[in-house]
Structures are given as structure tokens and as C-alpha cells.
Design a protein around this ligand. Structure first.
Ligand code: PMV
Length: 357
């Protein structure tokens, strides 16, 4: 689709939305409100790992939505989409007058442990927010809804589908959750970090090393919930606040050493929280640790600016300065792929924002 069609109340729009990788992790929700984070987080968008979604809104038939994945029906995705649309209906009353025909496709395999829900809910929310602007008669996505600009509104809606999705809206590092270190930060939506990233820490890339491409044994939703009675929860939330302030400073000043230390420590804290939940669980696999050890060894030998991080899964994200692409990719091929399931990996630049398609 090359443009937005608006005819006889049928509105059609499409967005490509990146996935993102958190540097300071969101893990745990506030006990009140709809999906509000217990601590602030910050992420880089992964512009080359994205969902492309089109939404056609036409006058309501007997169903609220029809969902297809690359043109084919996918009943297993429907409950999540239904729950999402029901929740945002409080904010978007117009939804009850329309049936949404949603088609989505990821450019990376579903179930590789990459935050496909972030890209998916991000892209869907951008489409909903755009249609909302058309219905309100705003010409150029310049209308504010409840005080939020278009990107904040898209972020706000996507947060309700998947918390981490709300950080996929920006090219700059995105901060979600209130922090004194970031002006305008909010629990309701993500904002851009707001200070320029030093040249030494911009243009970094991510290689995702796929250790395990199966379903996670404990979902993120269940994992977040285990923070409620967690003995170390308060200490963790405080540490995340501190780390957020420190990493913003490190990115501004180009303090690569501090950046690396915070990112790796955050990844290990995330998994430490899982291992100390009740019930406790471990999502890392032996090859996760083998890759981490290799990265540490290679960094020690070469002094190259690189580090690992983890999501709620076994896969390892290797973040590195894009200027060292050739050397790092040789290292990946020679030393890391043997630890990956079927030698699978994914690559992305960081720092690309969603685009209208
Ligand atoms: O957005 P959720 O509910 O899938 O939570 C994801 C949380 C982590 O990916 C583990 C960390 C983060 O901040 O993205």
C-alpha cells in the first residue's frame, strides 16, 4: 500500500514498526493502573527486525476485527488482539463503530525469542492512532489526543498490548517510566531520551544469537507477576532507577566502559530476579553462558567496544559499535554460531523509527 485510502468511511493505513532491545530492563508492574512499569527502562530500537501491519477500518459488521498473519488466518493470535482492542476501547470509543481488518507480518521468524509482540503491538497501535487522527480530521498527524502527540499516543496504546512495545516508536533511545533523569518521562508512554548520544555510543548494532527458538517455559506476563511478592523487588526497582540515570549520562558523555557495565549487569539482574522468584526458574541455557564467556574473552583480548544483553529468554544479544562490523561478524561466525540452534542469528542496526507504508 503506497498511500492512505479514505473513501466512504473506509480508512486504511499501514505501518512498519521495529522491535527493541532494553538496556535497562522493565521487569515488574505497578500494582495499580493498566500495565504501568515498576521501574523505568530504556531501549534501542531494532529497525531491521520489524512487523509490517495494515489495518482497514470499515463500518462495523458483526465482528470487532478480523486478523490475518501474512494473509492467512491465525486463530492462536486472536485472544491477545481481542483483549487489547477491548482494553483500548475505553480510550477509543470509535472502535465500536468499525470492524478492523488487520493483517500483519514480521520480517523475522515468530518464536525466535525476539520481542515479536513489541513490534506487532507497536505497528497495530500506530495504525489505530493514525486512523484516530483521520477520524478527528487532523491532516498531518499533528493532532494531540489527551495531551499526547502522535508518537506518544501510539506508544500509550501499544503499552496496553505489550509494555515493552511502547518503546518502539523512536529513533533515539526510548525511555518508559518516570525518572528524574529524563524530562517528560512517563509511566503511560515512552519518550525519547532527550540528550544526544555521543559518537562512540551511536551507530551500534545488534546480533541476536538464537540459542533456543522454542516457546519460553515461563511467559513474560507470568514473570512480571512473580515480582509482586519477590524478596528483592524493591532493591531491584531502586537499582534500575539508578542505572537508568547512569546510562543516560554514559550515553551522553560517551562513557563506553560504564555503558557496558550497566547493560551487562542489567541483563544478569533480570535473570537473577527470575532465579530468585517463587517458583524459581532459569531461562538461560548452557549455550547462553558459553556465548557470554566467549564475548568476555574476545573483549578482553581485543578491547573492542561490545557487550551482551539478554531478554526474557535464552538468546544472547551482542551489541557492538557498528564501525567494527567486519571484525565482530568474523568473531560471530568463527566463535559463536556453533552455540546457536541451527547456526541461526539475526542482525539489526539500532535507532530506526517506525515508517508509514
Ligand atoms: O513487554 P513484555 O511484557 O513482554 O516484557 C518484556 C520485558 C523484557 O523484555 C524482559 C525487558 C524489557 O524491558 O524489554
Amino acid at each position: 500500500m503506497d498511500h492512505i485510502k479514505q473513501q466512504m468511511e473506509i480508512l486504511e493505513v499501514g505501518y512498519r514498526c521495529p522491535s527493541n532491545i532494553a538496556l535497562v530492563k522493565y521487569w515488574g508492574k505497578k500494582s495499580t493502573g493498566v500495565q504501568l512499569p515498576a521501574n523505568p527502562s530504556i531501549s534501542l530500537s531494532l529497525g531491521d527486525l520489524y512487523a509490517s501491519t495494515t489495518v482497514k477500518a470499515s463500518p462495523r459488521t458483526d465482528v470487532a476485527f478480523v486478523f490475518t498473519l501474512a494473509g492467512a488466518s491465525k486463530p492462536s493470535f486472536e485472544p491477545k488482539i481481542e483483549a487489547f482492542l477491548n482494553k483500548i476501547a475505553v480510550d477509543c470509543a470509535w472502535l465500536s463503530d468499525y470492524t478492523l481488518y488487520i493483517d500483519s507480518v514480521n520480517n523475522f521468524p515468530h518464536g525466535t525469542g525476539i520481542a515479536s509482540s513489541a513490534a506487532g503491538f507497536g505497528a497495530l497501535s500506530l495504525c489505530v492512532a493514525h486512523i484516530e487522527q483521520l477520524l478527528m480530521g487532523y491532516a498531518a498527524l499533528d493532532g494531540r489526543v489527551n495531551g499526547m502527540d502522535f508518537w506518544q499516543r501510539s506508544s500509550y496504546l501499544s503499552r496496553i498490548g505489550s509494555g515493552s512495545a511502547c518503546r518502539s516508536m523512536y529513533s533515539q533511545p526510548a525511555v518508559w517510566g518516570e525518572s528524574d533523569a529524563v524530562a517528560g518521562s512517563s509511566d503511560l508512554y515512552a519518550v525519547e531520551m532527550g540528550v544526544a548520544v555521543h559518537a562512540d555510543l551511536s551507530g551500534w548494532k545488534d546480533v541476536v544469537l538464537i540459542v533456543d527458538d522454542g516457546e519460553k517455559s515461563v511467559s513474560s506476563t507470568a514473570g512480571h507477576a512473580l515480582l509482586e511478592n519477590h524478596p528483592y523487588a524493591l532493591a531491584r526497582f531502586g537499582k534500575a532507577q539508578e542505572n537508568l540515570a547512569s546510562i543516560v549520562g554514559a550515553m551522553r558523555d560517551g562513557n563506553v566502559k560504564s555503558f557496558i557495565e550497566i547493560v551487562e549487569s542489567e541483563a544478569l539482574q533480570l535473570h537473577a530476579m527470575m532465579m530468585t522468584s517463587l517458583p524459581y526458574y532459569v531461562l538461560m541455557r548452557p549455550n547462553t553462558l558459553a556465548i557470554i564467556e566467549k564475548i568476555w574473552q574476545f573483549r578482553e583480548e581485543t578491547g573492542l567496544p561490545m557487550c551482551f544483553t539478554l531478554d526474557a529468554g535464552a538468546n544472547v544479544h551482542l551489541l557492538y559499535d557498528g564501525k567494527k562490523d567486519e571484525t565482530v561478524m568474523n568473531f560471530v561466525h568463527n566463535e559463536l554460531l556453533s552455540y546457536c540452534k541451527n547456526r541461526q542469528y539475526l542482525c539489526s542496526e539500532t535507532g530506526k523509527r517506525p515508517v508509514l507504508i
